[in-house]
Design a protein around this ligand. Structure first.
Ligand SMILES: [Zn+2]
Length: 431
């Protein structure tokens, strides 16, 4: 089959959701979740995991003293929150929130290095080891989230400063990676879908082409992660570079037809593949997307739209292995499934994609946040056993109660940025 691209466009800014379910949810995110997460990222909430994410930018910018705090991908929490802010401002202007976001963007600009590089972990802790460990250190992943945030902020406010910052960063990445440059693929996919958004925001084809390069370089020989590991001789997490399924690095993406490995990485990659196929008319890429969708939807997805049924590697396992009580079902994976199915609808108007998108949105994603907007699930089981879940071996990942934040906080800001995207999903192309 070829690519039957949908050709409809609706101006999101002209439309509003008026719905008994989603309107209150969008208000909750705007009025509660966005301010709550701002306070968490600024370390102003007692009794939850420390974030340090905004302070890291202040330190990297030379505006504060101290050490980097948190995960190697801590920057992405700030980026996803800023993206949520952008959607919030699009729904309802808020001069105070916008002034604060501008201040954070100013700090991000100051944390950027003269060559365009932007990542607080390496800038503060390990500047000599930039770009040496793509497999484990998430530099491209953080860059992707920063790009998504900047594009959203530009579209919401018309202000170009953030977009200019990420373009300098993207150009730095373009100058480094690609055919006839350094070989490379991200350990955690995300940059691919972000570069496609940046391409559409700027019209610069080099961003689309680099997204295509990162997609097509994955799964090729020799194994990039093994080569990279051999060369650098140091590890961050200790992820096995030969575990090729984990990072969807087991086959060229056009030849992949079952959902394998880390489920969030898989979803972000499939999202980019579907987007790239719709954007370029690439029929082989579109066919791979259809096969991957069918495998997920028919054999590897829970009735809730939850995916990634094993805690081992936060990953897909095998067809029909869908255990209610020990499943993983990361919130971010269902968020990713919403993105993937939305892009499949851009590729072709098939109701199966909309059905799965709706299932994931109403169930797999929303279970990730408590109704008050201040507590979050990372893991979303279908069954919780008091005294067993969260306690016994094999069940420790299944928390019976939602915490207020996480040391690895990928999920909460992913939920924060989703309800606003929902408007774009329902009303037109999320592109
Ligand atoms: Zn997550």
């Amino acid at each position: 089959m070829g690519v039957n691209k949908c050709n409809y466009q609706i101006d999101f800014k002209q439309r509003r959701i008026q719905d008994e379910f989603w309107t209150p949810f969008q208000k909750l995110v705007k009025n509660v979740v966005v301010p709550y997460q701002q306070a968490v990222l600024e370390d102003k909430i007692e009794g939850v995991e420390k974030s340090g994410a905004i302070q890291n930018f202040r330190i990297a910018a030379g505006l504060a003293e101290g050490d980097f705090y948190g995960m190697v991908f801590q920057d992405s929490d700030v980026a996803k929150w800023l993206e949520a802010v952008a959607y919030s401002l699009e729904l309802e202007p808020n001069t105070e929130l916008e002034a604060y976001a501008d201040e954070i963007i100013e700090i991000i600009g100051k944390a950027q290095q003269p060559d365009g590089y932007l990542n607080t972990y390496f800038t503060i802790k390990d500047p000599d080891r930039r770009w040496q460990n793509l497999q484990e250190c998430h530099e491209l992943y953080c860059a992707g989230h920063m790009i998504e945030a900047a594009v959203a902020y530009y579209e919401a406010t018309g202000k170009k400063k953030f977009l200019t910052i990420v373009q300098r960063m993207a150009d730095h990445i373009c100058n480094r990676f690609g055919p006839d440059k350094h070989r490379g693929i991200p350990g955690h996919q995300e940059i691919e879908l972000a570069l496609l958004k940046l391409y559409r925001a700027t019209g610069e084809g080099r961003y689309r082409d680099l997204a295509g390069y990162f997609l097509d370089e994955r799964g090729t020989e020799p194994n990039f992660f093994a080569e990279e590991s051999e060369k650098r001789q140091w590890n961050h997490f200790g992820i096995d570079p030969e575990d090729r399924l984990y990072a969807q690095n087991h086959a060229p993406v056009r030849e992949q037809n079952t959902a394998e490995g880390h489920s969030v990485r898989a979803m972000y990659m499939y999202t980019a593949m579907a987007d790239y196929a719709a954007e370029t008319g690439d029929a082989a890429m579109a066919n791979a997307c259809r096969a991957l969708f069918n495998n997920v939807a028919n054999k590897r997805m829970f009735i809730t739209g939850g995916i990634g049924s094993t805690v081992e590697g936060e990953a897909f396992s095998i067809d029909y292995d869908l255990p209610n009580d020990i499943t993983y079902n990361e919130t971010c994976a269902s968020v990713g499934l919403v993105f993937f199915t939305r892009k499949m609808l851009d590729l072709e108007p098939d109701a199966n994609y909309a059905d799965v998108m709706e299932k994931a949105l109403y169930n797999g994603v929303l279970s990730g946040m408590q109704l008050d907007g201040k507590k979050f699930f990372y893991v979303n089981p279908l069954e919780v056993i008091p005294g067993v879940s969260g306690k016994l071996a094999g069940y420790k990942h299944v928390k019976p109660v939602r915490p207020g934040w996480y040391a690895c906080a990928c999920c909460p800001p992913n939920v924060a940025r989703l309800p606003h995207i929902t408007s774009k999903i329902c009303l037109g192309r999320n592109r």
